[in-house]
Design a protein around this ligand. Sequence first.
Ligand code: ADP
Ligand code: MG
Length: 493
Amino acid sequence: MKEIEVDEVYNMEDLREKYEVVIGLEVHAQLKTKSKIFAPDSTEFGNEQNTQISPITLGMPGVLPVLNKECVNMGILLGLALNCEIPSRCKFDRKQYFYPDLPKGYQISQYDEPICVNGYINVKGKRIGITRAHLEEDAGKLVHVGAAGINGATYSLVDLNRAGTPLLEIVSEPDMRSSEEARNYMEELRNIVRYLGVCDGNLEEGSMRCDANISIMPKGSKEFGTRAEIKNVNSFSALQRAIEYEIDRQIEIVEEGGKVVQETRLWDDNLRETRSMRGKEDAHDYRYFPEPDLMPLEISREWVEEIRAKMPELPEAKRQRYMSLGLSEYDASVIVEQMPLALFFDRVLELGGNAKTAVNFIMGEIAAYLKENKLEITDTKLTPENLVELIQLIEKGTISNNIGKQILVEDMITKGEKASAIVERKGLSQISDEGAIKEIVQKIISAHPAEVESYKNGKTNLIGFFVGQVMKETKGRANPKTVNELIRQELDS
Ligand code: ADP
Ligand code: MG
């Protein structure tokens, strides 16, 4: 018997109107420290399995964890960027559970006294609350060997290189109301960690991971529904798809008179569905208790202020600054999204390059080139200094804008040559000398008597034709304004 698709039975669009969606995200950011949070092993990615495993990482009897100060520094910095309070005291707790890739049988995390509390960020004009952010250690990795993937595997191997890598888990308030808002929030978090330099923010590689909590309730209701937690989303588009799928699944259950159960579900991006992984534990299942091997951590106000003083410009401030320079919201956002491009642009501004001209090149020729070749600006030979020189040549009228575009793509990006050197080598400087242009104008006019006749009989838009001919003759080097004026003078005399 063929299963009937949900959409065939329900009109999902109408049903969506009846419900309000509530979403809260738990985001794990891997902190970019050199060594682990409680052990001296390197956190480097991609080395041979089980080569970064000191006795502490292995949880051998008698070893003691030692807190890595850099993790705390990064935790404070990120917390401040998320407008959190940094309490003067926090502590670590043991969270007990069994996993083959967790040798100790517990994870050191923070439970009721985390390092950051009560924050928020603004995402496209909406404030999303941050309940807390806490430090914890990552687990190792299971490698499933055998046939295709988890289900077909015949046995699994354990790689503990990742065990003990520092994480900051950022827990949002249930403030998001659509998959799009959730995605925007996640993207902004990624921007923030990247600008702070505390995390790579790479979802595909797992240096940033997200669990999405989703529930639905009848529109207008004040009481939230039961949430399901979705794990295993490793791209922004997968996050959005998983949430959309989960909303429909929950609506269907409720419409049929059923109840959503609190559980953890796994997103399968190939099958495009979630499936139940386990019933959701409550906090008491983990039997949290204060970590006896670590002292509570006192964070002085001087320490916090020292770190606040190092805060770089955050993405939101950068966008606002770009917009105040005359960039559209779209252009400002696109540039901020790509940190290397934003840093490049900032340097151009510092060197006195005109913002608007620079943006036209960056969003036009440069963006197209980077996209086509799948490169970052820093992978090319173009320097901010050279772009500024190009802009100034155009401003001085030495070359036209079109010539500028042409040499930017042909020579500057790929070869790193200076604009002035290219102009010199190729003889591209603009002809602004009236006498020289006048000669060419006269030549073109006498070569096209029929068009001159039509022009004189009222077809004045033929002016464009004459300008085009002169530009062609001069290979685009004539000053267009002068050409226009001279042609009118000649034809109207
Ligand atoms: P747990 O570790 O049990 O998942 P946390 O407190 O760490 O609990 O995280 C709970 C997350 O779920 C938060 O991001 C919160 O905003 C979100 N959340 C809580 N209640 C709901 C709900 N009814 N619907 C959607 N999200 C919710
Ligand atoms: Mg959770």
